[in-house]
Design a protein around this ligand. Structure first.
Ligand SMILES: [Zn+2]
Length: 332
């Protein structure tokens, strides 16, 4: 079938980097291209860099392949149906018709998706959540994002913002969150939360290795720096990371109580760096907080796709769009 000869491009458009991946219609990776996101916070230069990455990855995938569609994940509120980026914190988009512009450039349909939702969707279609019907994704980084799968589909909610698991309030009056509340999961278990806690430990002499690398600079406390400090014997950093894992478990328990998922996939930079041990701590805290009837009902799995989760999810949206309206997918 002609449709099988088409390629689909999924793009993770992030604040610092652009990752474009070309797939066949069965989600086999054909080529990947990386680029830096221009720093000037200007939509037209970001679109130019994005388009160049898409062009390069199509070329790298092989000559003579027809483009079936492009899916782009964007960190910010969207109007998916109209292909409009409402707003992004760093890239200068404001009510920007990105879908239409890309479709015009490439002569193929273009779709937009929220970045975290794309990551969960990628894991659902091709990663740790493959074959699951009721599941949740939780991604731990500088913040905590998530997505909910119900009956095999992403659940978006009334206005498209379902899955903000990072802003479940677990400890009213606890640590301050970027959203303005106190004691959100994100304020207790993100890398930022771990780093703040660890720097506090360093100030009282319980994290000398961390102090020698990062001083009291939050931005220097990357996942790898925290990891290395623990390896060097910093008990204070270990405590901070353990505390965050325990809070993550509380958050997972809340998700199990509300959604009764068969599986939860956990990903993001922190989890990738700390791996199964970190996850095991979160799981044991989760199980400690579950009602008796729900203990052991939800598998908690590490992300399988890592960096590819988001472009995979974005490409899936493009593939499904082409399948839903094949006429629109034809390029002439
Ligand atoms: Zn919050």
């Amino acid at each position: 079938m002609a449709k099988d000869e088409r390629i689909y491009v999924g793009v993770d458009l992030g604040g610092t980097k652009i990752l474009a991946v070309a797939f066949d219609s069965k989600l086999k990776v054909l080529a990947t291209e990386k680029a830096k996101t221009p720093r000037e916070a200007n939509a037209s230069s970001v679109v130019a860099a994005l388009a160049e990455a898409v062009r390069r990855v199509i070329e790298a995938a092989g000559p003579g392949l027809a483009l079936g569609g492009v899916g782009v994940s964007v960190p910010g509120p969207l109007d998916r149906a109209k292909g409009i980026v409402r707003y992004t914190p760093n890239m200068g988009f404001k009510d920007y018709k990105l879908g239409q512009e890309l479709a015009g450039m490439f002569g193929a349909p273009a779709y937009l998706e929220n970045d975290v939702q794309a990551g969960v969707y990628g894991e659902l279609r091709a990663g740790a959540l493959r074959g699951k019907l009721n599941a949740v994704g939780v991604f731990v980084g500088t913040g905590i994002g998530g997505g909910i799968v119900i009956d095999g589909k992403l659940y978006r909610g009334a206005t498209g913002s379902a899955g903000e698991v990072g802003h479940m309030i677990l400890h009213e009056g606890g640590a301050a969150c970027g959203c303005g509340n106190y004691g959100c999961l994100e304020a207790l278990a993100s890398r930022t939360a771990m780093a703040k806690d660890a720097i506090g430990q360093a100030a009282t002499g319980k994290a000398p290795a961390l102090y020698s690398i990062a001083g009291s600079d939050l931005r220097k406390c990357r996942s790898s720096v925290l990891f290395d400090s623990i390896e060097s014997g910093d008990k204070g950093v270990k405590k901070a990371v353990d505390r965050a894992a325990a809070w993550l478990g509380v958050g997972l328990a809340n998700l199990v109580h509300v959604l009764n998922p068969e599986a939860i996939v956990v990903g993001g930079g922190v989890v990738t760096r700390f791996g199964q041990k970190f996850l095991d701590r979160a799981i044991s805290s989760m199980e400690d907080h579950l009602m008796p009837g729900l203990a052991g009902t939800a598998q908690v799995l590490l992300s399988e796709l890592g960096d590819l989760a988001v472009p995979t999810g974005a490409a899936c949206v493009a593939i499904e769009g082409a399948e839903a309206s094949p006429a629109k997918g034809a390029t002439r």
